[in-house]
Ligand binder design. Structure first.
Ligand code: ADP
Ligand code: MG
Length: 624
């Protein structure tokens, strides 16, 4: 008996689910499986081309780099062969038996959802290979690695298992043999295949031959001059490089000679796939040197927070045979990264000025990445600051302003940029923090995302103006004008006299104990009786809210707080007398005022206790 060494393996559970999803998705768009397999072949060729510069492989070194497609219209078999890096036995198992992407439930849900909507999206999920089973009842992969080790054959019908066995006599590269399903026999027709290649794969930088005839024209669009390239060509290229189906939102094609020779073609997609539940995105820009791919999905040429960009960067200044590891700390690459980043941020600024509405759409989808940039990368803070957008007291609801807009409207004598965080515009505008701003006509930025406070406290200042959260205890609004001071004098008549205020404050502090650091009169409340302000510059109410939401014990993490009271407010004025007459009832009111102010700061209070107390207060009032 001969030992055939055929081993049967089970697919990883997640992979089985992916297979189910792919096999059962819309058949109308089945064409894309050809694109996925051809693009895998092209990837394998690119990897080999790069490797041959660094490692000088000897095995099958003369075999030309190309993709061959054979159509057997009689037996209904489609074969796609590439002369790329191939796979070792281990690689076969990991690459085709498991999915590299997080196999999380959410990922699978999103994939299933995407597959229902548009099968084209499958490629973006990094599971393109499995699309072969949309058209094939049986898939055979014969492959031999560039290192010359023994070749293998992988066979599966897309059920729960696959087999692997040694396969002698192979050349370098991978051959994928698809035995087509009855209703997919047209894919063994060479005209069908040619049409699909023309449609999806014209930019493959290697010859693609169908039954021996080359069907694509190899071109590196980014090295051509802008004027010669049509919008359609750009869009086709984007679809090719980003594995996308729609048009890009923005496109930047530029070249530079100094300080480095660069040709770059960058695209901003329409969708943010990270928010679509796909987990962290991989970088999407490839690094070329004289049209040779050096680093696919390069992590080195752009900062992490620009990982949503797709495209290519070509620099002939880089040494061709540089290895991927050496890229990381290569001085030229560091320079390249800086030039690219600055150029792209400048581009965004120009686009924002040209078409603010379009930029607002960009901001809504990708703004989160720029915010990430502010918090992680000090190098580009100035450029990033310019690109931030927020609502403010001066903007229409739903429309956005920039920090430059804000500075342009600052009042005379105003040195700082003010902001306040809240869950919604309405919540902020009803709260105590904006009262004095409204009264004095000072603009205040509304940060509606919890992360915004974190971002602005990292930015610290913009154009020399400090960024200040309006819930800070040490907030100093600009000096009042003469007119405003007059007005204040009028109001002073209705205020509690200063000595009484002082006594009231220290008594209130006694009632509240450790809950506050200090109780003091406010210079910025207009109507509300009281508000909570933060003594600690870092631990703003927003930060505290985030921690509370994460389940951290609110009290343990709480920053130091003061309560400011409004000596002109009727309830505060009455409290001064009431505490002499009925200390117990007055204490109850103080606690209630404190809880109310905490709620307006967006912070948690003991709701049981608060409800109980408010009933007791009501009883007292009803008694009167
Ligand atoms: P992706 O291409 O997004 O990584 P695929 O499901 O298309 O996902 O392919 C999975 C992996 O299988 C690839 O990353 C690659 O390592 C390997 N692979 C697929 N096709 C080939 C091929 N023709 N030659 C070499 N490796 C391949
Ligand atoms: Mg692929």
């Amino acid at each position: 008996m001969t030992d055939t060494k055929v081993e049967t393996r089970e697919f990883q559970a997640e992979t089985r689910k992916v297979l189910d999803i792919v096999i059962n998705s819309l058949y109308t768009e089945r064409d894309i499986f050809v694109r996925e397999l051809v693009s895998n072949a092209a990837d394998a060729l690119e990897k080999y081309r790069h490797l041959s510069l660094t490692e000088k492989p000897e095995f099958d070194a003369d075999v030309p780099l190309e993709i061959n497609i054979d159509c057997d219209d009689k037996k209904h078999i489609l074969t796609i062969t590439d002369t790329g890096i191939g796979m070792t036995r281990e690689e076969l198992e990991t690459n085709l038996g498991t999915i590299a992407h997080s196999g999380s439930g959410r990922f699978l849900e999103e994939l299933a959802e995407a597959a229902k909507k548009d099968v084209n999206l499958i490629g973006q999920f990094g599971v393109g290979f499995y699309s072969a089973f949309m058209a094939a009842k049986k898939v055979t992969v014969k492959t031999r690695s560039w290192d010359g080790s023994e070749g293998h054959e992988w066979v599966s019908d897309g059920g729960g298992t696959y087999t692997i066995s040694p396969c002698p006599g192979l050349h370098r590269g991978t051959k994928i043999i698809l035995e087509l399903k009855e209703d997919a026999e047209q894919y063994a027709n060479k005209f069908t295949i040619e049409r699909i290649i023309q449609q999806y794969s014209t930019f493959i930088p290697f010859p693609v031959k169908v039954d021996g005839k080359t069907v694509n024209t190899v071109q590196a669009i980014w090295t051509r001059s802008k004027g010669e390239i049509t919008d359609e060509e750009y869009t086709e290229f984007y679809k090719f490089i980003a594995n996308a189906v729609d048009e890009p939102m923005y496109r930047l094609h530029f070249s530079a000679d100094a300080p480095l020779a660069i040709n770059a073609l960058l695209f901003v997609p329409r969708e943010n796939f990270e928010t679509l539940g796909m987990g962290r995105m991989q970088p999407g820009v490839n690094l070329y040197c004289q049209k040779v791919l050096i680093d696919q999905h390069s992590e080195n040429i752009l900062p992490e927070w620009l990982r949503f960009l797709k495209g290519v960067v070509d620099s002939e200044d880089l040494p061709l045979n540089i290895s991927r590891q050496a890229l990381q700390d290569n001085a030229l690459v560091v320079k390249l990264r800086k030039v690219l980043t600055k150029r792209f941020l400048k581009f965004l600024d120009e686009e924002a000025k040209k078409d603010p509405e379009k930029y607002a759409r960009f901001w809504k989808t990708f703004g989160i990445f720029l915010k990430e940039g502010v918090t992680t990368d000090f190098e580009y803070q100035k450029e990033l600051g310019r690109l931030l957008r927020f609502e403010s007291s001066a903007s229409e609801p739903g429309t956005l302003i920039s920090l430059d807009d804000y500075i342009g409207r600052m009042k005379e004598g105003q040195e700082e940029i003010y902001y306040i965080n809240g869950p919604s515009r309405a919540a902020i505008e009803h709260g105590p923090y904006v009262e004095m701003f409204r009264k004095r006509g000072i603009e205040i930025i509304y940060t509606l995302e919890p992360i915004d406070d974190f971002v602005l406290s990292h930015l610290r200042e913009y154009e020399g103006k400090k960024l200040v959260s309006a819930d800070r205890a040490d907030l100093r609004l600009p000096e009042s004008t003469a007119e405003e001071t007059e007005e204040k004098k009028d109001e002073a008549a209705e205020r509690l006299p200063e000595d009484k205020v002082k006594a009231l404050c220290s008594w209130m502090k006694e009632v509240l104990g450790d809950r506050v650091k200090e109780v003091k009169p406010s210079s910025r409340l207009v109507e509300s009786p009281a508000m909570i302000v933060n003594v600690d510059g870092f631990m703003t109410s927003t930060m505290e809210r985030i921690m509370q939401a994460q389940g951290d014990s609110g009290l343990a993490m709480a920053g130091k707080k003061d309560m400011e009271i409004n000596p002109a407010s009727p309830i505060i004025r009455k409290l001064a007398d009431l505490r002499e007459k009925d200390g117990e009832f007055a204490s109850m009111l103080v606690e209630q005022i404190y809880d109310n102010a905490m709620i307006q700061a967006g912070l948690l209070v003991d709701s049981q206790e608060m409800v109980g107390r408010s009933y007791r207060i009501m009883e007292r009032i009803a008694d009167k």
